[in-house]
Design a protein around this ligand. Structure first.
Ligand code: BMA
Length: 366
């Protein structure tokens, strides 16, 4: 008996628990597999909904059609769901999204969801640029007004209820909830969204985060969610952790870093952000991920194998999510499409044993 008990204790000790103690078995399995993976999953935003030259055609994917495998991680976006709209801000219908999420999950892929929520105070979108000036964005005090005690709190909970309804509607063929890595309030270390650290205090941001988690997990009883924190550019670990909601409120330490200027700057920033995330993650025992990245328009030779991958490989993020291949904006794409000169480079990346596409994944939900 004693041997049995100690074996069991050993087994439970090695199991990593998400912040939701009631997470579904599949969600706990996904979380543990993020730690156990021997590699980094290749992800793509809106992969099966549209691509550079196509819009909503069943079975299509710029990744699959270029390299013969699906991405291991599928990113999706909820912006506009808070209005009860039928399509998101990039014109993808939630009905289609729900179907494509289920298809990706049934193939064994991993689902992550972001939310560019509109500004409930001003009626403008998520970007402060839509306010006309940072002074106006500051004057809105949006975060302060939607957290508990704020005059817009009740109304904002209505916004969140639409998000909860959608997350709750994600079910597999047998009716079981599909695990999702939910990534709210991203890139707060930059000035561009209304939840920017320039527009709210640490306490207000943390209250917003905790309110979001409490509502989804405790009030709505959604147990299929892992929560990813994803600051953009930071100077160091201290800044990375400045607005951190706490170990009890975050499952994955992520970061978003785009290649915007010279490659050296991108590589250096990846190193700063990923080492900040990795160092923080080592202390709290959580996995890390590059939750958004890309060189928009992909005008660089061998970008995947010679710029991005060597910079992130030493940190072993569980996944890297490349942003969307837009059809509605010219040259707004982050992975090659059939015929693009970087297709061969992604094939070469795929040949790296530590880079995982969908067919190379272990069973992620057991
Ligand atoms: C941005 C751009 C926008 C898009 C938004 C949300 O980075 O791709 O065109 O609307 O993400 O997906």
């Amino acid at each position: 008996m004693a041997a049995c008990a100690s074996l069991l204790a050993g087994c439970c000790e090695s199991q990593k628990m998400p912040i939701d103690g009631n997470a579904t078995a599949e969600t706990v399995a996904l979380y543990n597999n993020l730690f156990a993976l021997e590699g980094t999953m290749f992800g793509h935003q809106d992969d099966t909904a549209y691509g550079v030259n196509w819009w909503v055609e069943g079975g299509k994917s710029d990744v699959y059609d270029s390299v013969g495998d699906y991405p291991a991680v599928y990113g999706w976006e909820l912006g506009n769901i808070e209005f009860g709209d039928s399509c998101n801000l990039d014109r993808v219908s939630y009905e289609l999204m729900r179907k494509l999420i289920a298809e990706g999950y049934e193939r064994g892929g991993v689902i992550t969801i972001s939310w560019h929520s509109n500004n409930i105070v001003s009626g403008k979108n998520a970007w402060n640029s839509s306010e006309g000036s940072m002074e106006q964005a500051k004057a809105n005090r949006t975060v302060a007004r939607i957290i508990e005690g704020g005059d817009k709190h009740e109304e904002f909970m209505g916004y969140l209820s639409h998000v909860a309804d959608f997350l709750d509607s994600l079910k597999d063929a047998s009716g079981k909830p599909i695990p999702v890595i939910f990534r709210p309030w991203h890139e707060h270390t930059e000035p561009w969204f209304w939840w920017s650290h320039e527009l709210c205090t640490r306490e207000e941001f943390v209250a917003l985060w905790r309110m979001t988690v409490s509502y989804l997990r405790d009030e709505r009883g959604l147990h299929n969610l892992l929560y990813a924190y994803s600051p953009d550019y930071v100077a160091d670990e201290a800044e990375y952790m400045d607005y951190y909601p706490g170990d009890e409120w975050v499952d994955i330490l992520g970061t978003d870093v785009y290649h915007k200027g010279p490659a050296e700057g991108y590589v250096k920033q990846l190193q700063i952000n990923l080492s900040a995330a990795a160092s923080a993650a080592a202390k709290c025992g959580k996995p890390i991920a590059l939750t958004e990245t890309g060189l928009i328009g992909l005008e660089a030779e061998k970008w995947f194998t010679e710029v991005m991958w060597p910079a992130i490989k030493p940190y072993r993020p569980a996944y890297v999510l490349f942003w969307r291949n837009a059809i509605d904006i010219e040259n707004h794409f982050c992975v090659p499409y059939p015929g693009h000169p970087l297709v061969e480079d992604v094939k070469a990346l795929m040949a790296e044993p530590e880079v995982l596409f969908e067919s190379e994944l272990p069973e992620m939900y057991r």
